[in-house]
Design a protein around this ligand. Sequence first.
Ligand code: ADP
Ligand code: MG
Length: 525
Amino acid sequence: MASMMQPQIILLKEGTDTSQGKAQLVSNINACTAVADVVRTTLGPRGMDKLIHDANGSVTISNDGATIMKLLDIVHPAAKILVDIAKSQDSEVGDGTTTVVLLAAEFLREAKPFIEDGVHPQNLIRSYRTACNLAIDKVKSLATSIEGKSLEEKKSLLSKCAQTTLNSKLIGGEKEFFATMVVNAVIAIGTDDRLNMIGIKKVPGGNMRDSFLVDGVAFKKTFSYAGFEQQPKKFLNPKILLLNIELELKSEKENAEIRLSDPSQYQSIVDAEWNIIYEKLDKCVQSGAKVVLSRLAIGDLATQYFADRDIFCAGRVAEEDLQRVAAASGGTVQTTVNNVIDEVLGTCEVFEEKQVGNERFNIFSGCPSGRTATIVLRGGADQFIEEAERSLHDAIMIVRRALKNSTVVAGGGAIDMEISRYLRQHARSILGKSQLFINSYAKALEIIPRQLCDNAGFDATDVLNKLRQKHAHASGEGAPYGVDINTGGIADSFANFVWEPAVVKASPHYLLGPVTSFCFLRSLC
Ligand code: ADP
Ligand code: MG
């Protein structure tokens, strides 16, 4: 009788999804695989771009894993984690975003049969972690350093590295041209960590080959008033004054109130306004600057005043551009024109206003601190330039990383095959179930060369067999062999300069821990 009186306990809101256990794990894994299937075909030099059309009607064409994943707007909680790892790979390393998604999904897919057979996820996670650490150590031991080489040698090596990244992109056809540009830009900014010190300006029209690199800053001509035409458009070694003030005759604020007892006083108020602005302009001129830039407006009066004194001015310069001019020219942005001493003025070898396509550009080159570079990108359609910009971003990140870490490994699936072989060999020395799990991790790594083949239309099984055989040599002489994208066979990737910075190949393994743990959570509400 008492048991019948027991009240019903309601813990969760109505409609809560309480599925958990094996079925939920498998469903998480399936969701991740579905996401990976979307980006799978973009991997490698023969990968295809995706055209994504979103609800707002904007169209993006991209080959970049992170960009595609971001645009997919995934809602599945477990699959979302793949978006996060693509994003973190993008911000940490800048390349290898498709690779990381594919690998993560493949590791999970390999784990699926074990989960279905009732293996506890913790056992899998433990073995995967061991495999991860082994893989990372192996990548490190295989990495070749480019440290200690001369600048010229380094440049050519880095350019080869950048070309590998650009291979698979829309601008792959001009990879040498762009790789050189990227390497020069990265070397120009030196050790500066701020990525925004490399500006990329897009000017639709023209040919890709019309793109050029400025060893300084370039930005589109800002809005200007009459009088501008009379200003000189080229200076050698000018002093540059950077301002964050308005140089404009201000009309009175609407609710300003001035009481006058005598109408003749009115003129004195008008004069006062003029005096203020003339005083400001005088100070600018006295500073000796030949180029005056301001983040705020420079009005018609000021423009004419400067023109009469052979000074160039530009108002409403974007904050980012002004900061870059400051960094490059060695100047400091002033919030007042009082006390403008020589130290706060910047300089550069050549300042010039030039026509680029349909736009006019202000270009500061030969900057003394040299911590900035600007790439002016040309090309047909808008979407084309956008994708070119993303590809250059990838290449810039890669070169920066390679310069910083200066170790590279063989790409084209070579490193993945080698780790796979190493793990298999290691697994044989392990007793118990862990052997199977590590083997499945090893097998998952083969997805990279396999997908490279699939995307290029090669017989993946055939190429993989050749690769396995090559990598089986205990001497390690086959280690740098990967997919030869030109012939459909295998080739020494390292000798062919298909290189990847070691970090690109190590980070998927670093990222794996959180992914597996998350996807193997026993329940998701
Ligand atoms: P991700 O977003 O992962 O960087 P990519 O589309 O850039 O994807 O493809 C990178 C993969 O393509 C790497 O595994 C790289 O080694 C491989 N790859 C790039 N160029 C070549 C090439 N010329 N031959 C063979 N493989 C290449
Ligand atoms: Mg890439």
